[in-house]
Design a protein around this ligand. Structure first.
Ligand SMILES: [Zn+2]
Length: 383
């Protein structure tokens, strides 16, 4: 089975290659070929989408669309909202597939899949022409549903899904009537609320009803094996990225009680054990999310001094002030030593990657700051 992947002009060549590379990791009788020429969607119009709900919702094409011979005659677009985006009619997108097929002499038994950043009139992730040989897939906006995930995974998933549907069903109407309106985590979930795609892709599987349909098909079993391998590979990649995003995302830091114990509640209330001097400097930077240059710290001596005296249970007032003199002396390396100790403490407790969000860092001569977003800083009591 040969599948031609056609890149639309506005779709990134880099993303296109990474999708192709991903699909080619799964070997078997399905052969994915990259397009030799680019397709240009020249009939798109600019539309504005009003709100989040509209953006996330699929529309239903008119019933006659699913009649066997109904193909290109689509009604004009009539959507006006504040979010500006390019949209083309389904008919136009299928015409582009037909054009590619005709120019390149692609035989009817081979599939043509057009990948385009241009949206489509019913706001679908992709759809199929009435000949069941040509498909378009929308390649942009995936980041909206999958934060931090490379779009090659959902795009490859859509490609594999459409090939499965071509294998399982005889026509577009059959596909439509077999779609599940409720979410089953099945490849045939309709996902009217487009956010449901996340659930579908996390499982990347078939429900038992759909498996029965798949089992009855007379297609070469090796094709099914290859496509299932593809789904499984995409799912694993998806989950590992999702998991690592989760594991590497910083959690709230809490400053607790009179002594300002520094804890991370989400990690079992784990404490960051800083000594009084380190803690005084750390809290100062937590309070100054805008950042402060090391040479300017001397201007904030009073504030740092209040913290230091509060936390220090040893030493006389003079000893603390002397220690501050050393800390804030720009010619002394003491500040770098303290910063480095704070860093190593965070690394020891949280590991290198997570610690990056919490430590005081900056380039020499520039402002030093803690990267952590202010909404992740929780002062239980004010100083
Ligand atoms: Zn199903």
């Amino acid at each position: 089975m040969i599948v031609h992947l056609v890149r639309s002009k506005e779709y990134s060549a880099h993303s296109f290659q990474s999708v192709l590379h991903l699909l080619n990791q799964f070997t078997g009788p399905v052969e994915f070929l990259a397009s030799e020429s680019l397709s240009e969607i020249n009939n798109a119009i600019e539309v504005e989408i009003a709100d989040k709900e509209t953006f996330e919702k699929k529309d239903i094409p008119p019933p006659h669309f699913f009649e066997a011979n109904y193909s290109r005659e689509m009604p004009k677009l009539s959507i006006q909202f504040p979010h500006k985006t390019q949209q083309a009619s389904w008919g136009h997108l299928f015409e582009k597939c037909a054009e590619y097929r005709s120019i390149n002499g692609i035989p009817q038994n081979e599939l043509v899949i057009l990948l385009t950043d241009i949206g489509n009139e019913f706001n679908w992730f992709g759809s199929i022409d009435s000949d069941m040989r040509s498909v378009f897939i929308h390649t942009s906006d995936w980041q909206y549903y999958f934060h931090g995930l490379h779009e090659r995974f959902p795009i490859a998933y859509e490609i594999v899904s459409w090939i499965f549907r071509i294998i399982m069903f005889d026509n577009r109407l059959e596909i439509k009537t077999s779609m599940h309106n409720e979410s089953r985590g099945c490849l045939m979930d309709f996902c009217e609320d487009k956010k449901q795609i996340v659930f579908k892709m996390r499982t990347a599987d078939f429900c038992s009803d759909c498996f029965q349909i798949l089992e009855k098909t007379s297609v070469d079993q090796r094709i099914i094996h290859q496509l299932l391998d593809g789904l499984e590979g995409i799912r694993k990649n998806f989950l590992s990225v999702e998991r690592s995003n989760y594991l590497n995302s910083p959690r709230k830091i809490k400053i607790k009680g009179f002594t300002h114990t520094i804890i991370i509640p989400d990690f079992g209330d784990i404490e960051i054990p800083l000594n009084p001097k380190q803690k005084a400097l750390y809290l100062f930077f937590l309070k100054h999310s805008e950042g402060v240059r090391i040479v300017d710290l001397i201007d904030h001596r009073k504030e740092i001094s209040i913290y230091y005296h509060r936390f220090s249970t040893f030493g006389t007032l003079e000893e603390i002030e002397k220690s501050l003199d050393i800390l804030l002396d720009p010619t002394n390396n003491n500040i770098n030593e303290v910063l480095s100790k704070i860093k190593s403490t965070f690394v020891k407790v949280l590991g290198q990657r997570l610690a990056e969000h919490y430590v005081i860092s900056g380039n020499r001569g520039e402002k030093y700051k803690i990267k952590l977003s202010p909404d992740l800083i929780d002062f239980e009591s004010s100083i």
